[in-house]
Design a protein around this ligand. Structure first.
Ligand SMILES: NC(=O)c1ccc[n+]([C@@H]2O[C@H](COP(=O)([O-])OP(=O)(O)OC[C@H]3O[C@@H](n4cnc5c(N)ncnc54)[C@H](O)[C@@H]3O)[C@@H](O)[C@H]2O)c1
Length: 296
């Protein structure tokens, strides 16, 4: 990578905005783009308030915070990514939509640029096959939230070169993360193990074994997980969980990965978790109660 590396991030939702923040705080020049302009407005305010919190907790100096905000720019279109050294895609977990994006990025990005995907489960090899540079395509799976979680799972596609793997591993380490490496099979390491557990928690709820609260408390206090599986599903996004289960089911061909009907129904109903204010749990604030009128 060049002296002053430019990282492009496509997708300004919960993962893309977190990746952009992390890279900007780590001293990279960052360009963030989302096809929905409103998302970028929200990303700007969530990144600046998150950086302010780091300053108020003493985890970042005021000068470093000012630098981080200067490092971050918002792109008007994908054309702005022509000088990026590494482009990290963090858009919706859909193979078709991601393939369209990789096709487009391949035309715009400079010849030396690396195209990375933050996909949770989709084949990096198939995404790479839509480009003219499969040796420069790699999976870079950040955990949620990217500024806090210590891990990055790197996924090597069938044609990812050793040089690109080494560059991306060193980039992840410069972002302060520990790296694990997975072969390119559905769900990789983390979601191959985590998502069936979350799906099983939905089956446990669906079949009436226990309440959502008892399922989550059972896994928190019984197995020392910081969050219960249903609470975690709401945090990840139920749409993301369902997409990953579909990839596992289709890619591994075993009925044990069949998405729980309750998870499917919640997604159909738009109950996508925290980001929508409702998932397994409700996060909507109670409407303010009317004060009883003294005249009644
Ligand atoms: N949510 C998690 O916990 C988590 C963890 C690790 C990885 N991931 C992966 O990260 C990716 C993003 O997940 P998220 O939770 O941030 O989703 P999100 O719904 O919060 O954000 C996705 C964003 O992508 C944008 N987008 C969709 N199509 C686009 C396109 N063609 N061009 C530009 N922008 C586009 C949307 O407007 C949206 O803002 C997915 O691949 C997901 O599997 C998610």
């Amino acid at each position: 990578m060049a002296e002053r590396e430019v990282i492009g991030v496509v997708g300004g939702g919960q993962m893309g905005s977190g990746i952009a923040q992390l890279a900007a705080v780590s001293g990279f020049s960052v360009l963030l783009y989302d096809s929905n302009a409103d998302v970028l407005v929200r990303a700007n305010s969530s990144i600046s308030s998150s950086i302010c919190r780091l300053v108020s907790k003493g985890q970042l100096s005021q000068a470093a915070s000012d630098d981080a905000m200067k490092n971050l720019k918002f792109a008007q279109s994908l054309e702005d990514f022509r000088d990026a050294d590494v482009i990290i895609e963090a858009i919706v977990e859909s193979e078709d939509v991601k393939k369209m994006l990789f096709l487009e990025l391949d035309k715009i990005a400079k010849v030396s640029a690396i195209l990375a995907s933050n996909t949770s489960s989709i084949s990096v090899t198939r995404l790479a096959s839509t480009t003219s540079r499969p040796s420069q395509v790699i999976g870079m799976h950040f955990m949620n939230p990217p500024p806090i979680m210590k891990l990055i799972e790197i996924i090597r596609g069938a044609d990812t070169s050793d040089e690109v793997y080494t560059t991306v591993k060193s980039l992840a380490e410069r972002l302060g993360k520990t790296v694990i490496c997975s072969q390119d099979y559905p769900g990789f390491i983390v979601n191959r193990i985590l998502m069936p557990m979350i799906n099983e928690a939905f089956y446990t709820l669906y079949t009436g074994v226990a309440t959502k609260e008892d399922i989550d408390t059972g896994m928190k206090l019984g197995t020392n997980h910081p969050m219960g599986p249903l609470e975690l599903a709401d945090f990840i996004g139920l749409d993301v969980c369902l997409s990953i289960m579909k990839v596992l089911h289709e890619g591994l061909g075993d009925s044990k990965y069949s998405p729980c009907p309750l998870l499917v129904q919640y997604v159909d109903a738009g109950r996508l978790g925290r980001k929508k204010g409702i998932g397994v749990y409700s996060y909507q604030k109670e409407p303010a109660k009317l004060k009883p009128s003294s005249s009644l």
